[in-house]
Design a protein around this ligand. Structure first.
Ligand SMILES: CCCCCCCCCCCC(=O)SCCNC(=O)CCNC(=O)[C@H](O)C(C)(C)COP(=O)(O)OP(=O)(O)OC[C@H]1O[C@@H](n2cnc3c(N)ncnc32)[C@H](O)[C@@H]1OP(=O)(O)O
Length: 154
């Protein structure tokens, strides 16, 4: 099946995004993350509890680094809607401070830092239940014309 068949014309953005690997509730191999948003003017935050399994393992007993980057990317992406923008990740930096255990309820939190025109600067942390910060991230997201998501580009 060609990829463009996943972008049927006439669908809303939410319908098009319904298989997001990070947050779709219907993607059976996705992370199925659910976020709580705080959207006060000066404090835009997204938070989720994340408890993953050996399907997401890198080192024995710990999350794969790419999955950790995905968690950070997804959490920060959730800050764009409260800003009334559709945006895509342009730059993502992750600091892996401590191994992140699987089968443990970790807290994933993202904060909007500031905006410069189309550039949205966000940060994120992944925290152990004992309070240890396991990973931090910075993200630059670029606001785009939503119509771009409809284009079938190579
Ligand atoms: C239901 C809802 C659906 C929502 C749909 C969204 C779902 C989100 C899913 C989760 C998030 C993702 O994984 S999104 C998927 C991963 N991301 C992608 O695939 C994006 C691929 N990249 C792109 O398509 C493009 O690069 C864009 C659209 C992001 C930006 O392109 P562009 O508009 O041409 O802009 P570009 O020239 O590249 O760069 C813009 C500016 O950023 C600056 N810049 C670049 N890096 C840095 C940096 N580290 N720090 C500071 N500034 C930087 C550049 O100097 C430039 O500044 P200046 O010269 O302008 O001043």
């Amino acid at each position: 099946m060609p990829p463009e068949s996943h972008l049927p014309a006439g669908k809303t953005l939410d319908e098009q995004a319904s298989h997001c690997f990070g947050c779709s509730p219907i993607n059976p191999i996705g992370l199925q993350l659910t976020f709580t948003l705080t959207t006060e003017a000066e404090n835009i935050t997204a938070t989720a509890t994340v408890q993953l399994t050996r399907n997401h393992e890198g080192p024995p007993g710990y999350l794969h680094g790419g999955i950790i980057a995905t968690l950070m990317d997804e959490a920060m992406s959730k800050l764009n809607r409260p800003l009334n923008l559709i945006a895509m990740t342009r730059n993502l930096e992750v600091d892996y401070l401590r191994p992140c255990p699987i089968e443990t309820p970790l807290t994933l939190t993202a904060h909007h830092l500031h905006r410069e025109g189309r550039k949205l600067f966000h940060s994120a942390t992944l925290t152990h239940p004992d309070g240890t910060v396991l990973a931090t991230a910075k993200g630059l997201f670029l606001a785009i014309d939503p119509a771009l998501l409809n284009r079938r580009q190579p």
